[in-house]
Design a protein around this ligand. Structure first.
Ligand code: PGA
Ligand code: ZN
Length: 432
């Protein structure tokens, strides 16, 4: 057996896809194995997330991570020295205790998640296994390895695109694909078609933070129409081969107790907002809706979930913040039926896994997700595969911080051959 005792933990300031500083952690073990990981960062964050520790002040808009990096070397490293990298739970518990806050604000969620993921990479390397296989073995998952259904952003809006449209993500789900590689081909066709349509209309302004096109739409519904048109132009049957998924990110729209649609110059109460989204669900081939209402509105989310039952997957992001306790509480009131799983919302891998298990215990679906600020780090792909999570959300089909993750899944599927099973078809909460 390799000696998996932690020998050193170091931190480094590196840069994310928005050109902002972030934390990379490197963990070295006594056996010589090494693991690295980089923290991502959100823009439309939930208030209950683990917080990133930022330096403040003038430089880099206050976004520097010198203090978080220093916390890796001066706070976390001595506490973890000599601990067994195979015991992820004990390591995460030690960091949680050292931090001692509810929001991880002392050490920084960015420092903690980078170290937590780097520990897992180092342990997997010590056992000479890819991370996904190591995690799968630890969790005792057997049977075919499931390649997740991707939901891929075609148009971006909201906080990721100057709020030109209110809805944040207009995504394609290639539900008719038979492999992950085919899902990528189908999405690439839809992405190309969407770009061509928007270019021809002179509506293309650029790409949003996650690589989706950022056109000058006049209404939110125009974006849904354009996505439908792109699916058809690419030669697919909407709702059968390629379906639509939305992330409304409605917490971002909340103003004075109402949902403010800036582009349409309207303010809606919870019921009117829910009715608008349900009307879209009725008229378009939409199979998944995330954050249709805000994190402050769990009753609205519950009413929406009841009304949408069997028609659309209802995904919680800002209200859920990758917390097992929040999943249990929301499930108890019937709000949402699928959890978005973002490791840096939780701040450690153990808490992230606990959220996945809580979702399963409630009969919910789960989607492993990237953030709007990302890097070349592909850990989340391994988490989805290793933990058997059947959906993956990484942003668009452009920009290498996104494509690196799709490519990692393609590579793993290819290496597995017959041992892989693609999570084709509708997201399973629809069959409940
Ligand atoms: P964020 O966006 O990373 O900016 O929070 C992703 C999402 O809302 O799902
Ligand atoms: Zn979201």
């Amino acid at each position: 057996m390799p000696n998996t005792a932690i020998e050193s933990v170091t931190g480094l300031c590196v840069w994310d896809s928005r050109g902002r500083p972030t934390v990379e952690a490197c963990v070295r073990l006594a056996c010589g194995a090494e693991g690295r990981a980089i923290a991502p960062a959100g823009a439309s964050t939930g208030s209950g997330e683990a917080v990133d520790l930022r330096d403040g002040g003038h430089a880099l808009g206050g976004l520097g991570v010198a203090r978080a990096v220093a916390n890796v070397a001066e706070g976390i490293a001595p506490a973890l020295a000599g601990m067994d990298a195979d015991d992820q739970e004990a390591i995460d518990a030690a960091m949680i205790e050292l931090d001692g806050t509810a929001n991880k604000g002392r050490l920084g969620g960015n420092a903690m998640i980078a170290v937590s993921m780097a520990v897992a990479h180092a342990a997997a390397a010590a056992h000479d296994q890819p991370l996904w296989r190591y995690l799968r073995a630890r969790e005792g998952v057997d049977g075919a390895v499931v390649l997740p259904m991707p939901e891929i952003q075609i148009f971006g809006g909201g906080a990721h695109a100057g709020r030109r449209v209110d809805v944040q993500d207009f995504m394609a789900m290639p539900i008719g694909a038979e492999s992950f590689a085919e899902a990528c081909v189908m999405t690439a066709e839809v992405y190309r078609a969407a770009g061509a349509i928007m270019g021809k209309r002179g509506k293309l302004m650029g790409v949003a933070d996650e690589g989706g096109f950022w056109p000058a739409f006049d209404t939110n519904e125009e974006a849904i129409e354009a996505l439908l048109e792109a699916i058809e132009k690419a030669g697919f049957v909407p709702g059968e081969e390629v379906a639509i998924s939305l992330d409304i990110a409605a917490s971002e729209l909340h103003r004075d107790g109402l949902y403010s649609l800036g582009l349409e110059k309207r303010a809606l109460d919870s019921d009117a907002m829910a009715a608008m989204v349900l009307d879209w669900v009725n008229r378009y081939p939409i199979v998944s809706v995330e954050d249709p209402l805000g994190e402050h509105d769990p009753d609205g989310l519950a009413r929406f979930t009841a009304a949408a039952l069997g028609r659309v997957q209802v995904v919680g992001d800002d209200a859920v913040v990758t917390s097992a306790a929040r999943i249990a509480a929301l499930a108890a009131r019937g709000a949402c039926n699928t959890a978005l799983i973002k490791p840096n919302q939780a701040g450690t891998l153990s808490e992230t896994l606990a959220a996945v298990k809580a979702a399963r215990a409630e009969g919910w679906g789960a989607i492993v997700s990237a953030r709007s600020g990302e890097t070349e780090d592909v850990t989340i792909v391994h988490l989805a595969l290793g933990w058997g999570v059947e959906q993956l959300k990484v942003g668009s089909f452009a920009r290498s911080e996104r494509i690196a993750k799709w490519n990692e899944a393609i590579r793993i599927e290819d290496a597995l051959g017959q041992g892989a099973r693609f999570a084709t078809g509708l997201p399973f909460p629809l069959s409940q």
